[in-house]
Design a protein around this ligand. Structure first.
Ligand SMILES: Cc1ncc(COP(=O)(O)O)c(C=O)c1O
Length: 392
């Protein structure tokens, strides 16, 4: 990374830095609470205690029962376990699965795998231009006989649109037999209130590294009584749903991250205000810039997707990096092999605009000074690039 005047990390939807308290908890678990949580001796019981504590903390942030939390290696595994596990468990009810066209690749690919392996029809609903799939559209698709599963993301990772998952859960209860509902809440955990127990969601995926926890740790909420076929075979850890010795250090770090997140009650309002400030700064400085997806005041508080017509996103991205600002074009999973964003295309954006769009994403640690520095860098980079494009 070239030396730059500013260092502003606005790629928090890709991942966040771990907090010092999280690193301390991971280290403590690695060095001092190293027992196998399944062991009967006190070393094992100490490790088991860490799992129990973390389970309670993560459950609290999800509005869930602690016993419903199954720790996984991250959001990707949680999405796969839910979609595959629910589909397998409902093979006889099944034949049809409803999702949306704008899901994270881990959810889209898991749905596709069920379609291919079980011969299920996979329905991918289109969103409105603001990135929201209205409840009525979901319910109409889910009411078609044979629909065994509905799988949707709560907050979209590229544009920050928010799907009405509580309303969807309520509406599905009126369909018999009721399809199972899986929610990918990786981008909403800690950003929007989650009330899984109240909403009546069956399964829900979250990930630690989006909330300043460690990478490679996540969880799947599995509503008590929900039947799920596990992906892995082995021991009977976590009720057999996720066999294998638990990642105790990572899980302990996740628990601390969840607790710190829950304690920061003003975070969402702060991020929303900074997102507004970022957009107002960009709008004032870059002629023609426009927001993709939900209006800047709608949507999740931490994700802003902006198109800069005429400016190639990859070039702008690198010009910003040279000025010390990190953001992304598309989602991180594909950032190294750029392909047009399936999310922006599904919104109906022309390919040229898709290739001129960047995602800026905040965290609860982002400051107003950082946003102002980013705006200055974006203004300078866009002006410079516009000059280059004009001279061509
Ligand atoms: C919406 C969404 N779902 C799932 C994932 C995957 O989570 P993980 O990186 O923990 O596998 C991500 C991460 O980018 C995401 O944004």
């Amino acid at each position: 990374v070239a030396a730059a005047a500013t260092e502003v990390y606005l790629d928090n939807a890709a991942t966040t830095p771990a907090l010092p308290e999280v690193a301390a908890a991971v280290s403590e678990a690695l060095l001092h609470r190293f027992g196998n949580p399944s062991s009967a001796h006190r070393w094992g019981i100490a490790a088991e205690g860490l799992l129990r504590e973390a389970r309670g903390r993560v459950a609290a942030l999800m509005g869930a029962e602690p016993e419903a939390i199954v720790f996984t290696s991250g959001g990707t595994e949680a999405n796969n376990l839910a979609v595959w596990g629910l589909a397998q468990a409902r093979r006889r009810q099944g034949g049809r699965l409803v999702t949306t066209a704008i899901e994270h690749s881990s959810l889209l690919a898991a749905c596709q795998a069920v379609g291919e392996a079980l011969g299920w029809e996979v329905v991918r609903l289109a969103p409105d231009p603001d990135g929201v799939v209205p409840v009525e559209r979901v319910v109409a698709a889910a009411a078609v006989p044979g629909t065994a599963l509905v799988a949707i993301g709560h907050v979209n990772n590229e544009i920050g649109s928010v799907q009405p998952v509580a309303e969807v859960a309520a509406a599905l209860r009126r369909i018999a037999p009721r399809p199972a509902l899986h929610v990918d809440a990786v981008q909403s955990l800690g950003k929007l209130p989650l009330r899984l127990r109240v909403w009546g969601v069956d399964t829900c995926a979250v990930s630690a590294h989006k909330i300043h926890g460690p990478k490679g740790v996540g969880a799947l909420y599995v509503r008590p009584g929900t039947r799920l076929v596990p992906l892995l075979r082995g021991g009977d850890q976590q009720g057999g749903l996720r066999p294998g010795t638990e990642n105790v250090p990572g899980i302990a770090g996740f628990g601390v991250a969840a607790e710190l997140c829950a304690a920061d009650a003003g975070a969402a309002a702060r991020m929303a205000a900074l997102k507004r400030r970022l957009w107002q700064g960009i709008a004032a400085a870059v002629p023609g810039a426009a927001v993709n997806g939900p209006a800047p005041d709608a949507g999740a508080p931490h994700i802003l997707n902006v198109r800069f017509p005429g400016l190639p996103a990859e070039v702008l991205l690198h010009a910003l990096e040279a000025r010390g600002v990190a953001c992304s074009a598309g989602s991180a999973c594909h950032a190294r092999r750029p392909q047009p964003s399936h999310v922006l295309l599904a919104l109906g954006l022309p390919a040229a605009d898709v290739g001129a769009s960047l995602r800026f994403s905040l965290s609860r640690l982002t400051t107003a000074d950082e946003v102002d520095a980013a705006v200055a860098a974006i203004a300078a980079a866009a002006a410079e690039l516009a000059g280059v494009v004009a001279r061509r």
